[in-house]
Write a protein that binds this ligand. Sequence first.
Ligand code: ATP
Ligand code: MG
Length: 341
Amino acid sequence: MRSDANIAGPMTDPVPGPRTESTGEDVSRETPPPMDDTPIGRAAQLAVEALGRAGDSLPRPGQTRVIVVANQKGGVGKTTTTVNLAASLALHGGRVLVIDLDPQGNASTALGIDHHAEVPSIYDVLIESKPLAEVVQPVLDVEGLFCAPATIDLAGAEIELVSLVARESRLQRAIQSYEQPLDYILIDCPPSLGLLTVNALVAGQEVLIPIQCEYYALEGLGQLLRNVDLVRGHLNPALHVSTILLTMYDGRTRLASQVAEEVRSHFGDEVLRTSIPRSVRISEAPSYGQTVLTYDPGSSGALSYLEAAREIALRGVGVRYDAQHAHFGAQTEQSMAEGIQ
Ligand SMILES: Nc1ncnc2c1ncn2[C@@H]1O[C@H](COP(=O)(O)OP(=O)(O)OP(=O)(O)O)[C@@H](O)[C@H]1O
Ligand SMILES: [Mg+2]
């Protein structure tokens, strides 16, 4: 078992222990163990491997893939998935834009993007018809990654949109007039099925549904799927659920594997082979304004998001993903159940 020691985050002072004054004679002459025999050395090695692997470029899609990350259930990992997949795709060489469509602004926070009330934001794009290019900011830590932030103003947009012309397709129009070349746009939706989520569904071709491996995981999904059907039928014929991602998978519990099995039998091929483990590193990263990819690149969470991104990129160009060749450290339910973490 590897340690999740944080090698990229802020350094902590060593715990001050009792000190003895030593003369030269007392100093131990033992050679320190090789780096990768220590937990920190192992983590460092994994981090280097992970970043090296991230540098491998993946096939780029022929045209921009607009992926809507949605699930009206709260706290299932939508934002975490959006920002970490986006960072993974950018580290693999893609140009990626995250659109924060949640008034909570969690994706903006997690990407270290300023989003106080005066910052030009996705609210201005939706309500004031400001060009998207005027609100997009680069993410400092990750080359090729950009974010259109959400501010608290967006909380009122749900109501303000009601009386506007083309209220369901304002985001779609803004994206269509955005001229910068992009490989992926990932849209982080709020935990509701109101007009903000409808705008995302009209703007995208693909829906990615994160499902938390917990009891009640599938409850409420029917309503999301009906909304996807409605939008496809009336406003956006290209829309389809392309990807299901199992999140917060805890390999030690039977419940997690039961939920995974149920989701796989229900959705089949849409479910990614890679699942995201429950990981403290993943949940700590946003408080440093970072994705787990830069916060702790060698952690199981970072490796899993890198692998999920690889799977998504390969599927996009029609290449069958072979879990047998998953990179070391990435997780399938089987490896997690066997305790290979
Ligand atoms: N794999 C994981 N391991 C541990 N904690 C996680 C993991 N994924 C997400 N979390 C934590 O779970 C909480 C909910 O995640 P997140 O904010 O991504 O969900 P969400 O679906 O976007 O929520 P909301 O519906 O409020 O927008 C957060 O505190 C996040 O840090
Ligand atoms: Mg969220």
